[in-house]
Design a protein around this ligand. Structure first.
Ligand code: GLU
Length: 548
C-alpha cells in the first residue's frame, strides 16, 4: 500500500505535521513533581458524584503539588449532547469549588493549550490521524451499519469474539482501488487503528491506585475518527493528554478495559503515556449486597440532589474526603478546626476497589461541618440555599439579618456546638417559631398535668420575669415559681421522693416552652426569650393562658 497516496487521499487539506503541533503546544514550565491533570467530562447534562470524586482527586493532586488543573469538555459524542449541558457542567463544578487553572469556561477558553472543547480540535486530530495513515497504522473502513451488524451475527453464530479484528476486519488490507472507488462514490468512512496486538499476550502495567495489573493486549481495529471526522474518546484522549501535557490521568475504572488500546495508541503516536489512576466505583448497600450507584435507581448520584437537599458544599467535600482517603477521619479528629485544604491528600490512601456511599454518614459529617461554621457563615449558606429553594425563608432571613443571626448563633461556638442541622433545609423547621407569622402551637401539654398548675406557672413566671436578668437569675426565678406551686426545684430531691411533689422544675420549663415556641422541644429557652423579647414572650404566654 502506498501510504503517502492514501494519506493524501483521505486528508487532502491537512498540511500541518505533528512537529507543527508540538511547537504550538510546548511543554509546560512547572517545577519538578508538579502534577498536571484534568477533568474531562462529557456534557450530558447530568453531573454526578463520580465526576466530583474524580475532580477532587485531580484537583488535590494538582494543587498540592504546585501543578495545573484544567477542564476539557469531551463533546465528541453528539448523540449524547444536551443543550446547555456545558454551562450546567461548568456551573456545577464551580458550585463545588473546583478551581480550574485553565480550560473551558462559560465564556470560552482560558489557557494556551486550547481549544478545550474537543469538537473544536478536529483539525488537530486530523494531523495525527494522517500521520498514522502515513505510517501504515490506520486505514479507512467503509462498512455500513448493516455490514457491521452482519459481521456481528456471524461472530455470534461462530461463537467468536465480537468486534472488528483479524479476519473480520474486512477493510484492513483492501487495495487502494477499492478505497478510491468507495471514496469516489461518496461512501462515508471511519478511520480505524491497525492493531498488531494479540489476545494471547498480556501487558503489565502499574496503576497508581490499583497497583500492578496484567491486562490482555488489544487486538481490535478500533475506530479513531468517526465518519463526521470527529475522534472517538480513545484517540482524542491520547492526542489531547499528550498535547496538553497531562502528567496524571484520573478517571473511572470503567476505562480499564480499554487501557491496553490507549497504551498502544500512545506508543503508535510516539507519545509518552501519562500516569494513570483508575478510581473504583461508588457503591451502596442494597440489602445485604453492595452495588454500584445507578443513575436510574439512585437520586443521590446526581449532584443536584445535594444542592436541593441543602448539603453545604463544605459538607459534601468533607464527606468525600472521608470516602477518598482512609486516614482523613483520624486527621479530622486530631485537627477539628483546621481548614480542609491543609489535609495532605494522597492517592495512596484510596481504596482500589471503590468506596461505599453511606447517606447516614454524610448526614453526620454534615452536622459536624455545619456546627463548626460561624454564625455569619451559616447565615450566608442558608440565605444562598433559600434564595433557590425556599423563598419565604429567604425573605424572612434577609428582612432582618441581625435578628436571623441572633437565632442562628444559639449554641454556636464553644467546644461542643449544637448539631441541629444536617442540611440547610433543617433550618426553617428549627427557627420558624421565631417569626410571628410562622408561629403556631403544634404540641400540646401532656394530660398528666393540671391546667390550673400550668396556668399558675405561666402567670407566676410573668410576675417576676425581667429581660435584663442573666441566665442564673432567670432560672432561679423559674425555680421559685416551681417551689411556690409544689413542684421540686431540685431534681435530685425530686428523683428521691417524686411522690412529695406535683412535678419538677423541668415541667415548669416545659409549660413555658410550649407556650413560647409551640413545641415540646426547642433551642435553649433563655436564649429564645432573649431574642423574642419580653413583649412577644408575654403575648404568647397570655395567648396560651386564654386557651387553658
Ligand atoms: N469523557 C470521559 C468520561 O466522561 C473522560 C474520561 C477521562 O477522564 O479520561 O468518562
Amino acid at each position: 500500500m502506498d501510504t503517502i497516496a492514501l494519506a493524501t487521499l483521505l486528508f487532502p487539506n491537512v498540511t500541518k505535521t505533528p512537529s507543527d503541533m508540538e511547537a504550538l503546544f510546548p511543554p509546560r514550565t512547572l517545577s519538578e513533581g508538579a502534577v498536571v491533570s484534568r477533568m474531562a467530562p462529557s456534557p450530558t447534562g447530568f453531573v454526578h458524584l463520580g465526576n466530583l470524586v474524580q475532580g477532587l482527586t485531580s484537583e488535590r493532586m494538582c494543587h498540592q503539588s504546585g501543578g495545573t488543573l484544567f477542564l476539557r469538555v469531551e463533546d465528541t459524542d453528539a448523540k449524547r449532547e444536551v443543550a446547555g449541558a456545558v454551562e450546567i457542567l461548568i456551573e456545577s463544578l464551580k458550585h463545588y469549588n473546583i478551581h480550574f487553572d485553565e480550560g473551558a469556561t462559560v465564556d470560552g477558553d482560558n489557557g494556551i493549550y486550547g481549544p478545550y472543547r474537543q469538537r473544536q480540535r478536529a483539525e488537530i486530530y486530523h494531523v495525527y490521524a494522517k500521520q498514522l495513515v502515513l505510517e501504515g497504522m490506520a486505514y479507512p473502513c467503509f462498512c455500513t451499519e448493516e455490514e457491521l451488524a452482519d459481521i456481528r451475527a456471524r461472530q455470534e453464530a461462530e461463537k467468536a469474539n465480537y468486534g472488528y479484528f483479524g479476519k473480520w476486519a474486512v477493510w484492513r488490507d483492501r487495495p487502494m482501488e477499492d478505497i478510491e472507488a468507495a471514496l469516489a462514490q461518496g461512501m462515508p468512512w471511519v478511520l480505524r487503528f491497525r492493531s498488531t496486538g494479540s489476545i494471547e499476550n498480556k501487558i503489565r502495567f502499574t496503576d497508581l491506585i490499583k497497583g500492578n495489573l496484567e491486562l490482555t493486549e488489544n487486538d481490535m481495529d478500533h475506530v479513531l475518527l468517526k465518519s463526521d471526522g470527529i475522534p472517538t474518546y480513545h484517540f482524542a484522549h491520547a492526542v489531547d493528554d499528550h498535547l496538553m501535557h497531562t502528567t496524571h490521568v484520573v478517571r473511572g475504572d470503567e476505562w480499564l478495559p480499554t487501557l491496553p488500546f490507549h497504551l498502544q495508541l500512545f506508543r503508535s503516536l510516539g507519545f509518552k503515556p501519562p500516569k494513570y489512576l483508575h478510581i473504583g466505583p461508588l457503591m451502596k448497600m442494597d440489602g445485604e449486597s453492595k452495588r454500584k450507584l445507578s443513575k436510574r435507581k439512585d437520586p443521590e448520584l446526581a449532584l443536584t440532589y445535594y444542592r436541593e437537599a441543602g448539603f453545604p458544599v463544605a459538607s459534601v467535600y468533607e464527606y468525600l474526603m472521608t470516602v477518598l482517603n482512609s486516614n482523613f477521619e483520624d486527621w479530622r479528629r486530631a485537627n477539628p478546626d483546621a481548614p480542609i485544604d491543609s489535609f495532605k491528600f494522597s492517592y495512596k490512601k484510596m481504596n482500589p476497589a471503590g468506596s461505599l456511599f453511606d447517606a447516614a454518614k454524610l448526614r453526620d459529617v454534615s452536622k459536624n461541618v455545619i456546627s463548626r461554621m460561624s454564625t455569619d457563615r451559616i447565615y450566608d449558606e442558608v440565605v444562598a440555599w433559600a434564595s433557590d429553594y425556599d423563598t419565604a425563608l429567604h425573605s424572612h432571613l434577609t428582612g432582618d439579618p441581625s435578628y436571623a443571626k441572633s437565632i442562628l448563633s444559639i449554641g454556636r461556638g464553644g467546644k461542643k456546638p449544637r448539631k441541629d442541622f444536617a442540611v440547610l433545609a433543617d433550618v426553617r423547621p428549627y427557627l420558624d417559631f421565631f417569626y410571628d407569622d410562622w408561629f403556631t402551637v403544634t404540641d400540646t401539654y401532656p394530660d398528666t398535668f393540671d391546667k390550673a398548675d400550668i396556668k399558675a406557672a405561666l402567670e407566676g413566671f410573668m410576675k417576676t420575669f425581667d429581660g435584663a436578668d442573666d441566665m442564673n437569675v432567670w432560672f432561679d426565678k423559674i425555680k421559685a415559681v416551681a417551689e411556690g406551686l409544689g413542684f421540686a426545684s431540685d431534681m435530685k430531691a425530686y428523683k428521691e421522693n417524686p411522690e412529695n411533689y406535683r412535678g419538677n422544675v423541668a415541667d415548669i420549663s416545659m409549660f413555658l416552652r410550649v407556650a413560647v415556641t409551640g413545641r415540646l422541644n426547642s433551642p435553649d429557652m433563655y436564649a429564645v426569650m432573649q431574642i423574642l423579647g419580653k413583649d412577644r414572650v408575654f403575648a404568647r404566654i397570655n395567648a396560651m393562658i386564654d386557651t387553658l
